[in-house]
Ligand binder design. Sequence first.
Ligand SMILES: [Zn+2]
Ligand SMILES: [Zn+2]
Length: 208
Amino acid sequence: MLQVGLTYRDLDLLLYTHIHPDHISDLVPILFASKYADQPREKELLCVGGPGFQSYFEKLKNLYGSWVESQSYPLTIKEISRKELVYRDLRIFSKPMAHIAESVGYRIEFKDGKSMAISGDTDYCQNIIDLASEVDILVLECSFPDGKKVEGHLTPSLAGRIALESQCKKLLLTHFYPICDQSDVVSQCSPVYPGEIILGEDLMRVVL
Ligand SMILES: [Zn+2]
Ligand SMILES: [Zn+2]
């Protein structure tokens, strides 16, 4: 974040897809840093997650106590509902994903008419196709290469199928397990999805 000119203090809204450690481990450091005595956070922070997110946060409080509680700023921990969430200029929609019982994906619609969807972790399911319908960019997990599929995760060709069926305008693949380095992910995806395929990298910025 510092390398793209942002700090943890600039965050206003955190959208979590599920509570697996590779997706949520930054939450505790962010909350802890927001209490640093030299410049404690004052503006509101909204953290949104799927079903069970509030109980997860209660467990964190049991573990860390006041270290993760907010005193100087309003902190809202919210479980997203089936209805849309309006946050400033954003309209946010979610649906359950085929991963764990608590996992959700998001569709975010911007004021200028652009839209994006993000799966978090998921297997092939109709919900991500519906969420991503005609979005400007679809961010899909792509954990394992074709031929090495693991239940609850996608491969390049399955991600391509979701992209094709959702008619998204661009596909960005991310969440590669190390085994993906041994495969040509794009060449497994492109026969299925004819649109632009981007392989996600740290610090990448995408213009819609
Ligand atoms: Zn996961
Ligand atoms: Zn994951």
